[in-house]
Design a binder for this molecule. Structure first.
Ligand SMILES: *[C@@H]1O[C@H](CO)[C@@H](O)[C@H](O)[C@H]1NC(C)=O
Ligand SMILES: *[C@@H]1O[C@H](CO)[C@@H](O)[C@H](O)[C@H]1NC(C)=O
Ligand SMILES: *[C@@H]1O[C@H](CO)[C@@H](O)[C@H](O)[C@H]1NC(C)=O
Ligand SMILES: *[C@@H]1O[C@H](CO)[C@@H](O)[C@H](O)[C@H]1NC(C)=O
Ligand SMILES: *[C@@H]1O[C@H](CO)[C@@H](O)[C@H](O)[C@H]1NC(C)=O
Length: 804
């Protein structure tokens, strides 16, 4: 009875809202739970309730009941609430309200493996060191803020006979398991230890549809399941797509636990839902937070570091949770990163050594390269080739036929048994056409296969959906040269009648097997789409003294779990259990999984220590031993810089034993904020609740990170770092420096011995010798007597060599 009343109340309150009601996040002056020193869980529960009650009273006394809907009370990391109301109401509510710290209008957010464990050397490196693959990452909980999870997928199913898999009931993690459609209680099976969903803002915006998006933690998209299995999917799960086995998939930390916080949908998501999800995840006690979203652009305001989500993530860091986030897919444009803050690990994406490609053999002996995860045409023999328009009714508009989206215009007797040439038109780009519709047409007309050529008007161009697995023979000729060569061959071998209709088809071709991977390319390389540094202070594009990206992991052509009854995409992706995807979204869960391995070995390390361990041990050379390259515009390769790959490509086996770490805590991040140009004591206090210390740090470069970045060197600058010995024994280190162009670097001391668990200071003096007017790159390497190598990238922009 009670629940029915509540539902009615909600409906009424939505009806009363005027149509221009929006969602606002209101942050209050009072402390959130994470800033209080609470001793018991009863204490915490009591305060949590009180904070929510305060919010209710605050709103009610100003607005009157029934005219608004409170969507969430944030209590753990932030003290505030999300409210659905109209502008006038909010202005009214805030008039003379001294308890309000700030108000933010909700914004929409964009959503931004078989082989990778071997590729990264985890199987014979980090896993054995941690007790084997089934326990690697054990007892570490990775919180995933994404589109939910498909709990029935083999990557997440647990074998009840395997006791390792049962979760320790005494764990500090205490997240709930919310059941619902496609999400029975048994979905929380020990591998998945918590599952919740956050949709109130999406509902208020009218975008959530429970039939398509599921009122449960179930993944209606595929994205969340894909990335969850990359981070912590079970080991050795066979990847089968269209009845073809592509090998075996495994997560980075197959023993880690997954806590699902669904706050994203096929249409994206809302910041107020995401903020609620993060608040809950940290309160539940996750160790690592993998964040699938970032702002769609650089936040406006005095600093990119001060938006609501960034602040919340700072408090998550304070609570000991490591936050990893994708840098974005805006590369190779400089300063295209969408992950800004030094307390976040921002992940760039690399290629792996695996590549799928395919070939088209023509009757004249030419071999044309292309792509497409498709089976070969049968029997190794040549088939006649026909352009779609030449085997269709002649009274239909050509543009419609050539994209092969519809079987109706085809003349079956002519099309049957031929390889059909289709064209990748503009409609594919706008998603009005799809490769799976081509597949459907080929099926229906009984053709032998298809060739998708490029439209000369569009030029060579990233093909959407080119890595979906195809159930019929097909190849995508994704460059103009191959496309033109095919058309030339076809036209000179097709005999036409007086009306222009094709009457004799002499062109012949066969399509090879596109499902076979080749492993001989130079890898890893920075993927062209991976967003690039330098980091920015604000939307005015002033660059910051922070190195971004932080680190790089594989993100191109990653096989991982997919979800079946999804609502996105097309029938063929929909019916698959695995999908091959590329993006910085695919790179990020690799880092979340590897962070779980580090956390397992070092339970008490701070987020900064884990980030430092990954950075100082990263690789700058590829598997062939040459410097890592970056894919630029038009596929051009050039040597990668820290603005492409941060500290380098993750090396998990070394990251679990880094020797030294650079520590930083909440207090240091506040000092950092106080040094950001344009931020004063008041704006810092408004954002984080504490003001600046009396003796303020002068530069953002003073933050103790495992990198030195100076965006504006005038004359000279002294940068101090503090390292802590986590190597387990006393060790003697020797400093080796490679200077950036235009800068003299001197380090004090040059040799030092550091006792186990002790810290020591290192002073790095940067002296400009030449005005470069560009960023130049160098490094400081600390070489330990017991084989630890601690590498620190140095990135400097010399504005003037004269001066202080
Ligand atoms: C929700 O989605 C279903 C299935 O796609 C559709 O039939 C229905 O019309 C949608 N409802 C709304 C309100 O859009
Ligand atoms: C899948 O392959 C197996 C063996 O290769 C075959 O028996 C089965 O019919 C195939 N299924 C489909 C749906 O093609
Ligand atoms: C095109 O011609 C075919 C047969 O010649 C006919 O069945 C069809 O209706 C025609 N379509 C249009 C759009 O006129
Ligand atoms: C992990 O983070 C990345 C990028 O930040 C995101 O794209 C991915 O979906 C996330 N995965 C999960 C399962 O949350
Ligand atoms: C160093 O710290 C670790 C972790 O706190 C501890 O287990 C170890 O005993 C310490 N070693 C020494 C020599 O103090």
């Amino acid at each position: 009875m009670i629940s029915i009343l509540i539902i009615i109340h909600l409906i009424i309150s939505f009806i009363n809202l005027s149509t221009d009601a929006k969602v606002f996040m209101v942050l209050m002056e009072d402390d959130p739970l994470v800033m209080m020193s609470l001793s018991s869980s009863e204490d915490t529960a009591m305060h949590k309730e009180r904070i929510a009650r305060d919010h209710d009273n605050f709103i009610k006394t100003r607005l009157g009941e029934g005219s608004y809907t409170k969507l969430y009370s944030y209590t753990h990391l932030l003290n505030g609430f999300a409210i659905h109301a109209d502008d006038d109401q909010v202005i009214h509510m805030l008039r003379g309200a001294d308890k309000v710290r700030s108000v933010h209008e909700d914004t929409k957010m964009e959503k931004q493996t078989t082989h990778t464990p071997d590729f990264l050397g985890i199987t014979d490196g980090a896993w054995p060191a941690l007790g084997g693959s089934t326990v690697a990452g054990d007892e570490v909980v990775i919180g995933l803020i994404d589109t939910g999870i498909n709990p029935f997928h083999p990557s997440f199913i647990t074998q009840t006979s395997n006791n390792n898999i049962l979760f320790d009931k005494n764990s500090k993690f205490k997240g709930k398991c919310i059941t619902g459609e496609q999400f029975p209680l048994s979905a929380c099976n020990g591998k998945i230890v918590g599952a919740q969903y956050f949709a109130r803002a999406a509902i208020a915006a009218g975008e959530f549809n429970s039939t398509r998006h599921f009122s449960s933690p179930f993944d209606s998209d595929g994205h969340g399941s894909h990335t969850a299995s990359t981070a912590a999917g079970n080991n050795h799960i066979q990847v089968v797509a269209n009845n073809f086995s592509y090998g075996y998939a495994s997560g980075m930390a197959p023993g880690a636990r997954i806590a699902v916080y669904k706050a994203l949908y096929p249409f994206g998501g809302y910041m107020s839902d995401v903020v609620a999800a993060v608040d809950q995840a940290v309160e539940d006690g996750v160790d690592i937070l993998n964040l699938s979203i970032g702002p769609a652009s650089i936040p406006s305001g005095p600093s990119a570091f001060l938006n609501v989500l960034e602040m919340e993530l700072l408090f998550a860091t304070k609570a000991g949770v490591l936050v990893v986030q994708a840098v974005g897919n805006g590369g190779p444009t400089p300063s295209s990163i969408l992950s800004f803050s030094p307390w976040i690990v921002s992940v760039a994406s690399s290629t792996t050594d695996r590549k799928y490609s395919n070939s088209l053999f023509l009757g004249n002996g030419q071999h044309l390269p292309g792509t497409g995860l498709a089976p070969p045409t049968v029997g190794g023999v040549y088939f006649p080739v026909a352009a779609a328009a030449d085997v269709s009714e002649r009274n239909v508009t050509v543009g419609v036929i050539e994209s092969c989206q519809n079987a109706d215009p085809f003349v079956r007797e002519l099309a049957r048994g031929k390889i059909i040439i289709c064209t990748y038109t503009f409609d594919f780009d706008s998603e009005a056409a799809s490769i799976s519709a081509v597949v459907d047409t080929i099926h229906k007309i009984g053709a032998a296969g298809f060739i998708l050529t490029m439209d000369p008007d569009l030029g060579s161009h990233q093909i959407k959906g080119s890595t979906i697995t195809l159930p019929v023979p097909g190849i995508i000729l994704n460059n103009m040269e191959s496309s033109s060569a095919l058309w030339e061959y076809y036209n000179s071998n097709t005999i036409r009648g007086r009306s222009g209709a094709a009457i004799v088809f002499r062109a012949r071709a066969r399509i090879l097997d596109g499902r076979q991977a080749s492993y001989n390319v130079q890898a890893p390389a920075v993927a062209s789409y991976s967003s690039r540094g330098p980091d920015l202070n604000n939307a005015l594009l002033e660059t910051a003294d922070v190195l971004k990206p932080t680190i790089m992991a594989p993100g191109s052509s990653i096989w991982a779990a997919w979800t079946k009854p999804n609502s996105r995409g097309d029938d063929y992706t929909k019916s698959q259990t695995f999908a091959l995807l590329s993006g910085t979204s695919m790179a990020t869960p690799h880092i979340a999984g590897i962070a779980a391995l580090i956390k397992q070995k070092h339970r008490h390390w701070s987020p900064a220590a884990v980030a430092s361990a990954m950075m100082t041990t990263a690789d700058q050379t590829d598997h062939s031993g040459s410097p890592i390259l970056a894919q630029g515009k038009n596929g051009l390769l050039s040597p990668a810089t820290p603005f492409d790959f941060g500290a380098g490509s993750i090396n998990p086996s070394k990251a679990i034993d880094p020797g030294l770490v650079f520590e930083a805590y909440f207090k240091n991040y506040v000092e950092f904020l106080c040094a950001v140009p344009g931020l004063d004591d008041k704006s810092v206090r408004r954002a984080v609740g504490v003001g600046c210390p009396d003796k303020r740090k002068e530069w953002c470069s003073d933050l103790n990170t495992a990198s030195v970045t100076v965006s504006n060197l005038v004359g000279s600058r002294k940068v101090v770092r503090r390292v802590t010995n986590v190597g387990g024994f006393d060790e003697k280190y020797r400093v080796v420096v490679r200077e950036p162009v235009g800068v003299r670097v001197s380090v004090e001391p040059q040799v030092f011995t550091i006792s186990v668990n002790e810290s020591t200071h290192i002073t790095v003096m940067l002296q400009a010798t030449q005005r470069t007017n560009r960023y130049t790159f160098g490094e400081m390497v600390l070489e330990g007597s017991n084989n630890h190598v601690v590498r620190v990238p140095i990135t400097v922009f010399v504005s003037s060599y004269l001066g202080s």
